[in-house]
Design a protein around this ligand. Structure first.
Ligand code: GLC
Ligand code: CA
Length: 565
């Protein structure tokens, strides 16, 4: 249908029409409102992204994943979308988007956009129409409206809890309630409705026609739901979380296959086919369903993100995921940080007994003032070692803006400045995700650390004074800064990358993980407390995540080596 428009914005660029570009891409996540602000209103914008394309080129990433930039009241940081086929006026215009994608493509960088299909915002025209329409209307059928329960119908249809806290049902004043698995400002769509399905196909084509190379699919495992009565209790749903047969009423249902097969048909209208990566928090044995070539093609594996800095755990996860992608022919996805979790430079500096509760490492931040001390130096050393290991793994590596600076989590945002609905709905118990969304420091010695234009000190979340030591200009000038480590690693990764084979090298030390990639490329990580001597046979040293003397690999350090032949 739309094939004619496929690569207009690719014309004359350095991007080859390689259908496999995504398999081992280094993908850099931009959370646009916190990346770079071009006009000084304190909100990062698309022009800001365009202005930083040279930075991305120097960093050496293959693609950008852009978190939502659609019109939004920001009830959930942009994951509450008012209009799927437009740009938030606070972030720019469609023309700015076209300019941004042209600049990225001209620089050889692909663009993946975030798509949020489980729910719209409550300001979406369809939801407003649903509110204005009577029960049983076609407008209400696009969402999930149900009658209230109890003698006078004022009780919610079930006791389900929303992900951000509180009831998952919101009354609309006429005896009906609507379902929202996340914030009340995020009503869930009814994916059994044909109009909803068609509208998303329209949206996919809209962005693909503008040259977008792929889509990151938000809560991809939630779209299909079984709401036949009687609705099960919240406790029953929680118990069923572990089911792996597609029978949970809300998560990971079989009908998703059919939905994503339609998406796949749209992706395949383009040359090269558009790609997609599922955000699906499912049991690892179910991940392949989303990664199948008939479905979205790739799925995030959050296993390393949840793991301790531990050799056995890392090895088991790597083995498991290599086996898992072999089932579908997809490629692996590795990630340590994103806009939903505590930055890994901080996570790895937590006392061992503070674990990584809540899957996202936020347990330590829970209120009550009992914030445990973070060993920032250890956290950063481990984060650098883990990232260097990740960048040597076969598959794609997803990097979150600021991790290339070794940026820690901002733990002490004043309550009054917080934005994340998690904080407001828990209420106040879980501080939420703002600490990894603080605008980036670009220039140590500038108001808003260069996030905004010259002279502007506006920032939609407060930046701590210690951000100056992580600023891009500071790290740029320090040869062994985290920024320069990432730059060197990404450049070497490009030069060394062959096929997706990985072979473990047995070192005789249980606390050391060593593996070989094609072409003599090797990565060795010391997860232990004592130095480990690198045998000469392991090859010549190419890069180290920390200071290293001779052949002694210090604790929490990774090296890359190249073996002859
Ligand atoms: C995903 C996003 C998260 C958002 C949620 C609801 O998990 O990554 O930021 O809050 O979906 O859209
Ligand atoms: Ca701005």
């Amino acid at each position: 249908m739309t094939t004619a428009a496929t690569s207009t914005s690719d014309a004359g660029t350095v991007l080859a029409a390689d259908p496999n570009w995504w398999r081992q891409a280094a993908v850099y996540q931009i959370y646009p409102r916190s990346f770079a602000d071009s006009n000084g209103d304190g909100i990062g914008d698309l022009e800001g992204v365009t202005s930083r394309v040279p930075y991305l080129v120097e960093l050496g990433v293959d693609a950008v994943w852009l978190s939502p930039f659609y019109p939004s009241a920001l009830a959930d940081g942009g994951y509450d979308v008012d209009d799927y086929r437009d740009v938030d006026p606070k972030l720019g215009t469609i023309a700015d988007f076209d300019e941004m994608i042209a600049a990225l493509h001209a620089a050889g960088i692909r663009l993946i956009v975030d798509i949020v299909p489980n729910h719209s915002s409550n300001r979406h025209a369809w939801f407003q129409e649903a509110l204005a329409s009577p029960r049983g209307s076609a407008a209400r059928d696009r969402y999930i409206f149900r009658d209230g329960e109890g003698p006078d119908g004022t009780e919610p249809p079930s006791d389900w809890r929303a992900m951000f806290g509180g009831s998952a049902w919101e009354p609309v004043g006429d005896g009906q309630f609507y379902l929202h698995l996340f914030a009340p400002e995020q009503p869930d769509f009814n994916w059994a409705n044909r109009e909803v399905r068609d509208d998303f196909l329209h949206t996919l084509r809209f962005w693909a026609d503008r040259g977008v190379d792929g889509f990151r699919v938000d809560v991809a495992h939630a779209l299909a739901k079984d709401l036949t009565y009687p609705l099960r209790s919240h406790a029953e749903l929680e118990k069923m979380r572990l089911v792996t047969d597609g029978s949970h009423p809300l998560w990971d249902r079989e009908e998703l296959d059919e939905i994503y097969a339609e998406w796949r048909a749209v992706f395949d209208e383009y040359d090269p086919p558009r790609i997609a990566v599922a955000e699906a928090w499912v049991e690892p044995s179910r991940r392949h369903r989303y990664a199948a070539p008939t479905s979205l093609g790739q799925a995030f594996n959050f296993d390393l993100l949840r793991a301790d800095f531990d050799a056995d755990e890392f090895r088991a996860i790597i083995d498991h995921n290599i086996a898992s992608v072999a089932v579908t022919g997809s490629s692996n996805t590795w990630v340590f940080s994103n806009h939903d979790v505590v930055r890994h430079a901080t996570r790895y500096g937590l006392p061992a007994d503070h674990g990584r509760e809540g899957a996202v490492g936020r347990g330590w931040l829970l209120s009550g003032g009992a914030t445990p001390p973070v060993d920032a130096e250890l956290g950063l050393r481990r984060a650098r070692a883990a990232s260097l290991l990740m960048l040597a793994l076969p598959g794609s590596a997803y990097l979150y803006q600021g991790e290339e600076l070794g940026l820690p989590e901002v733990a002490d945002i004043p309550d009054a400045a917080r934005r994340d609905p998690t904080f407001f709905r828990s209420p106040g118990v879980d501080v939420g995700r703002d600490g990894c969304r603080v605008p980036l420091p670009w220039i140590a010695d500038a108001p808003s650390f260069g996030f905004g234009p010259a002279g502007s000190d506006a920032s939609h979340l407060p930046q701590p004074s210690w951000f100056s030591s992580f600023a891009v200009d500071v790290e740029d000038a320090v040869p062994d800064s985290t920024l320069n480590l990432y730059r060197r690693a990404l450049a070497l990764r490009h030069a060394l990358q062959g096929d997706e084979a990985l072979t473990w090298i047995e070192t005789g030390a249980a606390f050391v993980l060593a593996f070989a990639r094609p072409g003599g490329w090797r990565s060795v990580t010391n997860f232990g407390d004592a130095p480990f001597t690198l045998a000469d046979g392991l090859g010549e040293l190419l890069l180290a995540s920390g200071p290293i003397e001779g052949r002694a690999l210090p604790p929490a350090t990774t090296v890359w080596l190249r073996a002859a032949g």
